[in-house]
Design a protein around this ligand. Structure first.
Ligand SMILES: Nc1nc2c(ncn2[C@@H]2O[C@H](COP(=O)(O)OP(=O)(O)O)[C@@H](O)[C@H]2O)c(=O)[nH]1
Ligand SMILES: [Mg+2]
Length: 301
């Protein structure tokens, strides 16, 4: 009996805790969806103090993301837009495994883990942004129905908004409203669904200064969107707010955005990485942790 107990114990310390989520990334064209995923897969210049130990791509699509990051982002180039012609079933399903160091993991007091690792397994589809704008114009499009149905397979939705596109608040709120209505109409899992609203490109100075206050920032930039989400949260699911940047900051004492701006307008900013050697994104894992576990992670935030 002792031996069995020991075996059980040994198994529980050596095998990482697994926590999985199927996530769909939604958001306007150029919200930063692909850059978010590619930067997460590449995980450049990891901070040794970060609770994240490694990010590992799983399978062919995951590897492809890493090469996108290396061949485009890391060369100071832009990613190509996701083609619109693909069917929902053909959209690349990227799978990544994020391993968190034991001592930081799992804020849930019910689980005591000591030095045990935690794996967050995510599979994530990155749709063409046109799907989202099409919700506004062409709700009869049969491909949109596929898209909605596919989003219903997900346990969590990551809704990315370029923090610099606040002038599109009203349009986003309208599209989101249609999206939520479509989801709720067909949803059997009412109450279980989670939406992480992520403000992207938060290395931009007016966002950066408030990056630790994602709720405040979301409300300030996108009041209409937040109103829709709050109403939805009342009876259909849960919403949390996050800030992130796929490109991050440069320097420590007087940090500046690690970006060369290519343009800034109503749709937000277009940019490339300024100094790829010092490329360190921030905020990418926090929303995924929440979507996987339902808890917020202080160190990741
Ligand atoms: N400043 C900045 N620009 C970004 C960031 N992430 C993406 N971009 C830029 O935003 C534009 C759209 O990014 P992309 O990932 O292709 O957007 P998608 O259409 O949502 O997949 C490109 O110019 C990117 O280089 C970021 O974190 N900061
Ligand atoms: Mg894209």
């Amino acid at each position: 009996m002792m031996r069995d107990l020991f075996k059980k114990y040994a198994a529980s310390v050596s095998e990482p805790i697994q926590s999985s989520a199927v996530i769909r990334v939604i958001g306007d064209r150029s919200a930063g969806k692909t850059a978010f995923m590619a930067s997460l897969a590449r995980w450049p210049n990891a901070d040794p103090k970060s609770p994240v130990q490694t990010v590992t791509p799983v399978g062919e699509a995951g590897e492809e993301l890493v090469s996108k990051a290396q061949n485009l982002l890391e060369q100071g180039l832009q990613l190509e837009p996701t083609p619109l012609d693909a069917n929902a079933a053909d959209v690349k399903d990227y799978t990544l495994r994020i391993t968190l160091k034991g001592q930081f993991s799992w804020k849930n007091p019910k689980v005591t883990i000591g030095s045990q690792l935690v794996n967050l397994n995510i599979s994530c589809k990155d749709y063409a942004g046109e799907f989202f704008s099409d919700l506004l114009q062409r709700s009869g499009n049969p491909m949109l129905q596929d898209y909605i149905e596919d989003c219903l397979q997900a346990t969590g939705i990551m809704f990315l908004l370029d923090g610099n596109s606040r002038r599109k608040d009203f349009e986003y709120a309208t599209a989101l409203d249609k999206f939520l209505t479509a989801i709720d109409r067909t949803d059997i899992n009412v109450g279980a669904r989670k939406i992480a609203l992520v403000l992207t490109k938060c290395e931009q100075s007016e966002l950066w200064v408030n990056r630790h206050k994602p709720d405040f920032l979301a409300e300030a930039c996108f009041p209409q969107v937040c109103k829709k989400l709050q109403a939805w949260q009342q009876d259909a699911g849960r919403v949390n707010y996050f800030t992130a940047s796929a490109f991050g900051m440069l320097g420590h004492k007087y940090p500046e955005p690690n970006v060369n701006l290519l343009g800034r307008g109503r749709n937000g900013v277009a940019a490339v990485i300024k100094d790829p050697k010092c490329w360190r994104p921030f905020g990418l894992v926090a929303p995924i942790y929440w979507l996987c576990t339902g808890d917020r992670h202080r160190e990741l935030d």
